[in-house]
Every structure is written in C-alpha cells, then in structure tokens.
Design a binder for this molecule. Structure first.
Ligand code: ADP
Ligand code: MG
Length: 391
C-alpha cells in the first residue's frame, strides 16, 4: 500500500467515517477517524493530492443534514491540521473544481456518499463522477468491504490502480486465523438481537467449528423455535423464522450449537421490576429475559478456557447497556481475556461492550467491521476486496 511508488498522484481514498454522533451532532467516538490516519499520513508524506469519501448513517439517497460529514472535517483538522478542506457534495462541477485545485499534501473530505441513491445502487454514472480525476484508489474502509456500492466497487472501474489501505490490510491479516480455522479448538460466539442477519454465518460456520456458543436474544429465538416459552422476551418474527430454518436445515450439526442453560430476566407484566434467574425452560409469561444466566456464564467460560485455540466473537450476550444485564457479556469477555487462544471480536455493539468493560487490550484483535468481519470469517469473498488489484 500507499507509499513512495505513488508519489504525487491524485488519490481517492474510501474511508469509514461512519462515526457515532449525539443529538447535537457531536462525535461521541472518533476511533474510526483515528484508524484511517496511518493511510492518510502515508499519502500526505508521498505528496499525494488526497480526496476522502465515506458514507455516514442511512440517509437513503437523500440529503440529511444530521448525517453531514462537515463535523468530521473539523475533527480531522485536529489530527492533520489546516490542510483539510470540506466539499459540500461528493460529485458535481464545483466538487470537480475543488478536486482539480488540490495540491500535493492537501486533503479534501467529500460530503456523505449516501446523499445520492447512486451510491447504494452502485450506479455507473455516479461511480464515474465519484472517481473523478483520481489516478489511484485506496480502500481503507474495512467496515464497508462487504457492500458492493459505488464508493467500494463501482469506482474501481474508472481508476487505473486500486489497492487496499493499511487498515484493510491489517484487518485481513488479523482475521485470517479465524477465516482459516476449522475443527478442534475453533470456537465461535454469536449474540445480539438479529438471527436473520447472521443466518448465513451460522450455516457456514456450524460445520467448521468445535462449538458455536449462542447468547443474547438470538438464543431466545432458538428457544421459541423449539416450542419453549420465552414470555415477553425479545424475538422478532424474522428471527424466529431464521432460527426455524437453521434447525430444519442444519440438523446434522446442531449438537455443536450450545444454547443458554439459564437466563437473567425481569418481570414486565405486571411491571414489578423484579429481577431473577431461571433455567432456560423456566421462563414464565410476563418475564423478559435480558441476559444469559450464571450457569451459562460458567459453561461458556469453561469451554473458552479449556477448549479454545481460535475464537471469533460477534454480538453481546444480553442487554449489556443496562447493568446488571452486562454480566453475561462481561463473563464471556473475561474468559476471552484469560485464554491463551487467538481472540478476535467484531461487531459495533460487541466492540462497544468490550471497550466499555476495558477488556479491549486483552483481545488479539478488535475489528472495525461488524458485518464485514463476520462475512470474512465465514469465508465469503468480499466485493470491496475482490475489486482491488491486490486482492
Ligand atoms: P453487533 O452490533 O455486535 O453485531 P447486534 O447489533 O446484533 O450486535 O445486537 C446488539 C444489541 O442487541 C445490543 O444493543 C444489545 O443490547 C441487544 N440485545 C442482546 N440481547 C438482548 C436481549 N436479550 N434483550 C434485548 N436486547 C438484547
Ligand atoms: Mg449492532
């Protein structure tokens, strides 16, 4: 990646500046901006004229001031100084003019690519305009490489040289042990709320793992699919459908899936607020299971400590944002911190949980990609990586 051989070129860099912001538009976590700095710095050092593009949020092809990248340009100045300029759109004559006027070592951040429908539609005309006068394309947005959008795939048809940035390379290197793992010692932990988003991962990973530990509301979907009572616990119809499909199609492998033995729940109907533990088959109507219980923490912890050689974790074990329902996620995080195994964690909420619990330094790798890291580990070819010359 970027360095001397690209000295002085006009470069388009796809970064992931999809940072979380609060109601007043302040950036609440700038990790993603900092993660892109090594690539941006290398291009500045090589005297390149650097244009940066990114999406933010889900504005669905229309201008949404709440999702503007303008505050990010200000933030970027704190790191790399006054060389940063901001373009109020990502395509158009004015933007082309700003790009043409960019000198070596200067940086232009374009407005949110998703303000145009052509981004998610991967429209060729939009992609051509976004590519603009770039002679080199650098993809450093690992969190978006699983999407075939104009800024990740379409632009590569219109730019001569297309390569991976430093962040994308690091992610690939550090997630490859999980992508290549199979058999004894390969443990995958899945949680969070949406089985339907992770259905392909479960189908592809079950035949490869020693064990698949399932926690969070994902677990309740499997309970319900088996005809168990889950009371008022979270389980969307799509999640139930996905769990049923896995039970039907993956029958030969289901003994590798470890579901929670017990739950930590609160009474919501009547709304007494009473909190207690129950075995998995003891959830009563009116109770909302918000975390795995202590026996499950113990079992998951034992499997991780005794059997794991390579672990991949995506999705919290419960409603970790609201203590005491962070205990399951904490127990799994601690077991991962203790083991000698190779441990990688991906997923926006999972990484937030690990960081909040101050266990991030104890993991082998924390991925900046949620869906992208899961799809990479499950073995898929990712369109944003396939489109690069150095794929
Ligand atoms: P990730 O972003 O790591 O991929 P998801 O987005 O799939 O994870 O799910 C994370 C969300 O699921 C978190 O906000 C968490 O609080 C919620 N969650 C997990 N288990 C439960 C539960 N039992 N009840 C309610 N919410 C849950
Ligand atoms: Mg999430």
């Amino acid at each position: 990646m970027p360095g001397e051989q690209y000295a002085g070129r006009r470069v388009l860099v796809r970064v992931d500046f999809n940072v979380p912001t609060d109601d007043e538009g302040h950036i609440t976590d700038d990790t993603r901006i900092q993660s892109a700095l090594p690539t941006i710095d290398a291009l500045i050092q090589a005297d390149c004229a650097v244009t940066l593009c990114s999406h933010k949020g889900r504005p669905k092809g229309k201008v949404d001031p709440d999702e503007s990248l303008a505050p990010i340009a200000e933030k970027l100045k704190e790191f790399i100084g006054d060389r940063v300029r901001f373009a109020p759109d990502c395509i158009g004559d004015d933007v082309a003019g700003m790009r043409a006027g960019l000198a070596g070592g200067q940086v232009l951040l374009l407005e949110n690519t998703r303000f145009h429908p052509g981004e998610e539609d991967n429209d060729p005309e939009f992609a051509r305009a976004l590519a603009g006068d770039a002679q080199l394309y650098v993809d450093d947005a690992f969190g978006s490489v699983h999407r075939a959008h104009a800024s990740t795939v379409g632009v590569t048809d219109h730019i001569d040289v297309c390569v991976a940035g430093k962040l994308v390379r690091t992610e690939i290197d550090r997630l490859t042990p999980c992508r290549e793992a199979s058999g004894d010692g390969f443990i995958v932990i899945l949680g969070g709320a949406k089985v339907e988003d992770k259905i392909n991962a479960i189908k592809l990973l079950l035949p490869r793992v020693e064990r698949l530990l399932v926690g969070g509301a994902m677990g309740w979907a499997f309970f319900k699919a088996k005809g168990m009572e889950i009371g008022a616990s979270l389980c969307k119809p799509e999640s139930l459908e996905a769990a049923r499909e896995i039970i039907a199609e993956m029958a030969d492998w289901l003994d590798r899936m470890v579901l929670p033995r017990d739950v930590h729940m609160v009474q919501v109907e009547p709304d007494t607020g009473q909190v207690t533990f129950a075995p998995a088959d003891g959830i009563q109507p009116g109770w909302n299971a918000l975390d795995i219980g202590p026996e499950t923490c113990e079992e998951f912890g034992r499997i991780i400590r005794e059997e794991a050689e390579v672990v991949f974790w995506n999705g919290p074990m419960g409603l970790f944002e609201e203590p005491p329902f962070d205990e399951g996620t904490l127990a799994v995080g601690r077991a991962l911190a203790d083991t000698e195994a190779y441990t990688a964690v991906g997923g926006g909420d999972s990484v937030a949980a690990i960081t909040h619990l101050e266990l991030d330094d104890d993991m082998s790798h924390i991925s900046t990609g949620g869906g992208a890291s899961l799809e990479f580990v499950q073995g898929d070819d990712l369109p944003g990586i396939e489109a690069l010359d150095d794929a």
